[in-house]
Design a protein around this ligand. Structure first.
Ligand SMILES: [Zn+2]
Length: 86
């Protein structure tokens, strides 16, 4: 279902990066899936990964902020992880 091209670790947590069937960047970690959002022009090169369930599961606030080449988890997921899917 997903095409993985990178596995890496940041601040002790392992991540897998890849693309969806539509070619969109995807990030997976600990049973959660994320889609990328740019932070805008004022923060060039920065951005964040928003939980896939942000729109479907009680507006899950879980996200991972990309800052100084480090992945920083923010917010608590409003749903359990799904390791079988990711
Ligand atoms: Zn979530």
């Amino acid at each position: 279902m997903y095409n993985f091209f990178a596995v890496f670790e940041s601040t002790g947590i392992s991540y897998r990066m890849g693309t969806s069937r539509k070619g969109l960047p995807k990030l997976f970690s600990e049973g959660y899936g994320y889609g990328f959002h740019s932070a805008g022009k004022s923060q060039r090169g920065q951005g964040y990964w928003q939980c896939d369930k942000s729109k479907t599961n009680n507006y899950c606030p879980g996200r991972i902020v990309l800052k100084n080449n480090q992945m920083i988890p923010r917010g608590c997921h409003s749903h359990p992880p799904d390791p079988s899917k990711y």
